[in-house]
Design a protein. Sequence first.
Length: 370
Amino acid sequence: MHKTYDFLIVGAGLYGAVFAHEVNKVGKTCLIIDKRNHIGGNVYTEKVADIEVHRYGAHIFHTCSKKVWQYVNQFSEFNRFTNSPIANYKGELYNLPFNMNTFNKMWGVTTPEEAKQKIEQQRKDSYVEQPRNLEEQAINLVGRDIYEKLIRGYTEKQWGRSCCELPAFIIRRLPVRFTYDNNYFNDPYQGIPIGGYTAMVNKMIEGIDVQLETDYLADKAYWDSMAENIVYTGPIDAYFNYVYGVLAYRSLTFHTEILDTDNYQGNAVVNYTDLETPYTRIIEHKHFEFGAQPQTIITREYSGEWKQGDEPYYPVNDSNNSKLYAKYKQLADAECNVIFGGRLGEYRYYDMDKVIAAALHRVKEILSKK
């Protein structure tokens, strides 16, 4: 029986949009469906009070791949936004990532040599030969002061458990710079699409059929009958009806408000690194595009335990979940004409540039076989 489409793409996030764009370009027909009422997945932005609001948390595009950078620039012009977050510890403000500005504020040191000596001394005082948990690992890397003020509270809020209970591997390394440079990412290409991510994704999927508020798994047989191939970017365990159990995530809650001031915190991202403040960070959206609007919009971000039905954000890649995912991956590999992709389909934390690179790579593979 002839199917209506060559590809049914489940999920209108970056992976699905890039995949759709590429196959459409070579004349394949595709339909994108998404459970949500908008395209763009978690990079979705919407205009409120003339400000592009990052609805699912801050998304700052950065990459070291010239190919990926050129790719996204086809769909949007990017501004020169540089991520330079501030850490607020009980009212003390520190620059991130850890650099000479941080060390000067923390200890009054002014030269790289002094900073190195200070860190070395602190590491020596508490060094553990084989760190058993995140706390010991962090102190091994940067010493006790930075750990206590800038790592501990933020990490415990993010993961919902004590740093003594978290595995050491979560922070194999911490970026430490002995220059006065607050640029968070080392990548040469960085910025925000002017006019928001939604406009960028919209351009990617121009001319492609899209159906929103549509739950693929609620009527899987019907949707499967529509296309020769399925590109599935939803949760891999849900696809297989949780036959081996449920994969764990961390979830986020966002509290957004419009304020009658033109500038609330003077920076796009401020992390709250003490345990007493319940949220992990405040995002002020207008600063992503250097806005001069009369009002401002801020979002407080809270990290929380995930339960089924909540929005899954960060895969918990501990040994139990990794073993569970491996079993689902075996099932996925045995599926005929189904491609599993993206953060949920592959159960891994993906930066945006890596999602795009993965989708481009997969399309190339698929098309070379057809």
